[in-house]
Design a protein around this ligand. Sequence first.
Ligand code: 7TS
Length: 406
Amino acid sequence: PDAWDVAAVRRDFPILERRVHGHPLAYLDNAATTQKPQAVLDALDHYYRHDNANVHRGVHALAERATVAFEAARESARRFLNAGSTREIVFVRGTTEAINLVASSFGGGFAEGDEVILTAMEHHANIVPWQLLRERTGIVLRVLPITPDGELDLDALPGLFSPRTRLLSVVHVSNALGTINPVRELVAAARAHDVPVLLDGAQAVPHLRVDVQALDCDFYAFSGHKLFGPTGIGVLYGRERLLEAMPPYQGGGEMIRTVSFEQTTYAGLPHRFEAGTPDIAGAIGLGRAIEYLEALDRDAAEAYEQRLLAYATECLTQVPGLRIIGQARDKVALISFVMDGVHPHDMGTILDRRGLAVRAGHHCAMPVMTWYGLPATSRASMAFYNTPEEIDRLAAALQYAREMLA
Ligand SMILES: Cc1ncc(COP(=O)(O)O)c(CNc2co[nH]c2=O)c1O
């Protein structure tokens, strides 16, 4: 019997009752953003209805309540990542801003000729910030290749380290391929060269438990909207020792202690990296999403998703002319695919007309598409509220597309 009651979980997500083009919505685009449980929607409404005020330094009741709720969300994020201290939890807009913050503040100290190791599997959010840093500082980017199955070519990793290597920045789970990278192995390899590691956790956190102390990584980034929380809020975990030595990312209120035209002193961690009025409601919503996840049986959810991935892989493999892109041994419930004779955008439209929401395109991972010689793929990305029936509808629609267009 299923330890995972998907019908009960689906009742937590109002939007899943929607119909699209006259069909029940089958939302299979979770890698782009996830849907939100009622508890998160209630938390956002409750905050604005009962507790809204600006945070920190407030001397009135509402400001105190808002500050307590905001900092409680930070504690939830700390607990979720098992960070050692809330001083290591910086609220950002999302994974993109988290990586830009590290590139700008931590990378700002890099010298011409210093090296950053990336991989060919990265999302643009973990490529372009390093290219912007390269333009400013003259650093060198080294790229770890991937294999035809969509795994990192680990044999090539040792040769990429040099005495000039300053950082290894790598995706934990690929949004284009679904690959789960062996991040503990990657951190151990970097540690052997005394090189810090940033992990892009955007696609990992909705599927896997993350323990930054066990991983021994130096930075970990994720977005609230991939974790059943609001958009516009995310978290950068930074090892306290490193954050303490980093200059501020942005200047303004909240991040200062004293300001004069002669000299300004900065706030301590983590507020030094949080200039301006934060996304208070977003942080509270994220904290609520984390509590929602913590109340679930995460082992059962992971096992359910893996069964769904196996079923979907079996169903799609049987569709004539369909090729799955990314066959790593360790994957989250995400399948990229192409079909001979049907462009992914046409495929997306056909599926949409049947209420099936998938993503078509390069998924902000153009180097991955280039590696496979493809302009784009279709991508079905599942969460623990998707069902085998939705996979059956997807497979039937793919068969239809094949008969109509190929
Ligand atoms: C691996 C990875 N890194 C970084 C990001 C950027 O996150 P953001 O700052 O919250 O936008 C994404 C978002 N990935 C996707 C966004 O839309 N479709 C996707 O696959 C991602 O999948």
